[in-house]
Ligand binder design. Structure first.
Ligand SMILES: [Zn+2]
Length: 198
């Protein structure tokens, strides 16, 4: 859990406001809320933004089947909210909260990350303002997204695109904006699948 999309991202979120009446449940979409995974409060102020893009990441960590999204997000939040060293030796500062707005596990579970109303964090050179950051668990330079994971991610992205009126051409990957391998070639080559289901 130490290399979150390195190169990367450091993209960032909070609450129940995300899930209104058009939310999960309408198309079989289930999102584990911050309350459900017992998220801690953000430790610093975050910047509000207007949502215009959906941007895909990978965690750059190996998939761990059988571990709940709650545990994964608790670990990610602990890592996010402390200073640490990234792969490659680069120092990471304390972030207010987890960098991504949504986290999709290899078992197809979806967790709410940082409050979507606030800008995520990134360690690369692009401004994530306006970007909804969705990360899929895995290092897709060397492993494949699972079937369950792709199904869940497609539902999530279709719901987000409809809710925030984000056109297909604004659904892209981290590497389309910054110098990074994220989200890994085995996921990047399948990005088109996220633009179809609208
Ligand atoms: Zn990324």
């Amino acid at each position: 859990m130490r290399t979150i999309c390195i190169g990367l991202l450091f993209c960032l979120l909070t609450g129940p406001a995300v899930f209104g009446q058009s939310g999960p449940g309408t198309n079989d979409l289930k999102i584990i809320t911050r309350q459900e995974w017992q998220a801690k409060e953000p430790v610093a102020k975050m910047k509000p933004h207007e949502l215009k893009f959906i941007t895909i990441h990978h965690t750059a960590t190996r998939q761990k089947p059988g571990v709940s999204v709650a545990v994964k997000l608790q670990h990610l939040q602990a890592f996010s909210q402390r200073e640490d060293t990234l792969a490659g030796g680069k120092k990471k500062p304390i972030w207010p909260d987890v960098p991504y707005h949504f986290y999709v596990t290899c078992d197809g579970e979806i967790g709410e990350g940082r409050d979507i109303r606030y800008v995520g964090d990134t360690n690369t050179e692009y401004d994530p303002t306006g970007h909804i950051l969705v990360t899929l668990e895995g290092n897709f330079e060397i492993e494949e997204p699972t079937k369950e994971q792709m199904v869940a991610a497609k539902k999530l992205i279709a719901w987000l695109a409809a809710k925030y009126q984000i056109p297909p051409e604004r659904i892209k990957a981290h590497k389309d904006y910054a110098q990074t391998a994220c989200p890994g070639k085995k996921l990047y080559e399948r990005l088109g699948e996220f633009r179809k289901e609208k």
